[in-house]
Design a protein around this ligand. Structure first.
Ligand SMILES: C[S@@+](CC[C@H](N)C(=O)[O-])C[C@H]1O[C@@H](n2cnc3c(N)ncnc32)[C@H](O)[C@@H]1O
Ligand SMILES: [Zn+2]
Length: 336
């Protein structure tokens, strides 16, 4: 990739991820005007990682690279994920118009979730740590206003206040330290900007769900818990059959160590002077195998049922996911 004058828009967009100062173009390199770090790119994907990734992030990167196609196929063949995206997440997010906005998708992966909004945006920047996932996304969507950047969302290569909308579709919980990414979001989001996210909630099982409603006698609860454990093993085996790459990921729990409940997010956003609204979505009321069914009518009914329970029994804390929307406090306070 040669960075000549036609790359002016890129020079306005990218900064050194360490020093946050501008870059100068020199043939096939971008060079930090402060620390002289060099950045390159290939096939239209800018490599802006800079410095050495820590062990956690290297493992995220390895797994994301290796699971790219399998993960995308899984998302597209299970109606659960498409239904949550199309019936719950985007309708909630679209309270904010995307038209003509500059949008940053952090942890954009294969672009499964947010490439659908590219046509509305004036600019959509996809940031991911995995080159394979960016390549995959780029092969699916190539457009003048869509930019692909390899980078770390805890240390982004963008100037202050650059974006109107920042999105995270299930990415923050992949970090060892989500708090650092929230600080970065505050830095690169403009004053009237908005941060939209969906993140998984702390796990609650269908046994816990029914026990809380029916107050099962202890011996029965124990039996059902045992049944749950047997079914879990069976589900795990079935899923591994469909996605053989899962077997090679020994560090699955570690990769998701950033999962937090909504109270954590409330406190964290308050700390960075953001106001947070949220909507819990999805409940594990039945064994997950049923939610993973390919029968769209069954899954849609289960989801409707779970939203009813969330409202009727105030079961938001048991939800699968929280859809979030964060804006700056009314006084326009900035992050520290
Ligand atoms: C669950 S996937 C979500 C992908 C995408 N948002 C979607 O909806 O399909 C999480 C993504 O976060 C990326 N990721 C993990 N750690 C990251 C980091 N430190 N910086 C940037 N991306 C990261 C992974 O490579 C992966 O693509
Ligand atoms: Zn620098």
């Amino acid at each position: 990739m040669t960075f000549n004058s036609q790359y002016r828009p890129i020079l306005d967009l990218l900064v050194c991820p360490e020093c946050k100062v501008g870059l100068r173009a020199q043939e096939d390199k971008l060079i930090c005007s402060n620390c002289n770090s060099e950045f390159t790119g290939s096939n239209g994907i800018y490599n802006m990682i800079g410095g050495q990734l820590n062990e956690h992030d290297l493992e995220q990167q390895r797994v994301a690279d290796e699971t790219c196609a399998g993960y995308h196929k899984f998302l597209t063949t299970r109606p659960l994920y498409g239904l949550i995206r199309d019936k719950y997440v985007f309708p909630y997010w679209l309270k904010d118009s995307f038209d003509g906005k500059s949008i940053l998708d952090i942890g954009s992966g294969t672009g499964w979730s947010t490439c659908v909004i590219a046509a509305r945006a004036s600019m959509l920047v996809n940031l991911d740590i995995s080159l394979e996932r960016l390549r995959f996304a780029k092969a699916r969507l190539e457009a003048q206003n869509v930019i692909y950047v390899q980078g770390d969302m805890k240390k982004t290569p963008f100037p202050d206040k650059k974006f109107d909308i920042i999105l995270s579709y299930g990415s923050l919980h992949h970090l060892d330290n989500p708090e650092t990414a929230i600080a970065e979001i505050g830095r690169v989001m403009n004053k009237n900007g908005v941060f939209l996210a969906i993140e998984p909630n702390i796990k609650f099982t269908w046994v816990e769900f029914w026990n809380e409603i029916l107050h099962l006698p202890k011996p029965l609860e124990k039996r059902i818990t045992n049944l749950y454990k047997v079914m879990q093993k069976y589900t795990k085996k079935q899923l591994e059959k469909e996605q053989p790459y899962l077997k090679n990921i020994k560090s699955k729990e570690k990769l998701h160590e950033g999962i937090r409940d909504i109270d954590w997010y409330k406190n964290m956003f308050a700390k960075f002077s953001f106001k947070l609204e949220y909507q819990p979505v999805g409940l594990e009321m039945v064994p997950p195998r049923l939610l993973m069914s390919k029968n769209i009518i069954l899954v849609e009914s289960l989801l409707k049922c779970s939203q009813w329970c969330i409202n009727r029994f105030k079961k938001g804390k048991n939800a699968y996911f929280n859809i979030m929307r964060a804006t700056r406090d009314a006084d326009g306070a900035t992050t520290k």
